[in-house]
Design a protein around this ligand. Sequence first.
Ligand code: PYC
Length: 332
Amino acid sequence: MHRIKVIDSHTEGEPTRIIVDGGPDLSTHGVPGTVAQQREVFRTRFDHIRSAVVNEPRGCDHLVGAMICKAQNPRAACGVIFFNNVGFLNGCGHGTIGLAVTLRHLGMIGAGTHMIETPVGEVSVELGEGGSEGGGQVTITNVASYRHAAKVEVSFAWEGSTRTIKGDVAWGGNWFFLVDQDGPFGHGLELTLGNLDQLTRFSCAIRDGLERAGITGAAGGHIDHIELFGPSTRADCQSRNFVLCPGKEYDRSPCGTGTSAKLACLAADGKLKAGERWGQESIIGSAFFGSYRQVPGGGIIPSISGRAYISAESMLHLAEEDPFRHGIRDGT
Ligand code: PYC
């Protein structure tokens, strides 16, 4: 029987399940390699473990998974690899906030600033004094983020005709296509939980259109997240979003890498100054608060704050005779 110990947390409503013991050995000939290389070993040799941890019957489609791994930089608290129901992620803001409270729960870090290695660069986490039950506020300082292209036109099939919209392509640790829902090229649909089905289908149609047109991020980076913006319902936020993640689920949090991409676009448009606070509400009404500092030569370093709470500690059992020990997936 293969047993995998996981700790679940949620960050502003979005869950993260972190493998803390029993995960695969990601070293090659005994050498761990960079976090990006370890992710490649995970992807090519242990994809069934990804699926076992996040897919049904042990997980669900919107669960983001992670595994703590070896960092190269001796100053790093650890490395981390993020994944979901369909594959591996680059960065993950809500997941890094969840990781910080999980590391504290494990006694690996305390209040203060710590560095985490991800496949796309170093992210620092600033952990406040925790409440007695281990959750709390975390601020991440993310990888350099930037707008790659503004007002990019994309056409796609929508409700029997061809629809054309414009959006920005930006990097925030993942690639995003950002659309102002209320602008002339948005859908006009209110960003409410009641409209989830249409918002999901609309965002999937945009993503299909981008793929068909060969629109990518820099160096052919696949745009796998779509972010729609509208007015916030909160007095402390300037914007509300709906974020489609790879795998067709939506982010319950305002998405850390997505908020980083949004800050990069606001900075590029001169709509938010360095150091100014931005409140980003999610589709469920939770919020991240962000600001940025400018990077010489272009781009920004975003800081994003949100709250995470431990929600479960479990041992996953993958019995040899269980036909779904590696999750329910295509070709199971
Ligand atoms: O918070 O960056 C994020 C994220 C990416 C996918 C789900 N959450």
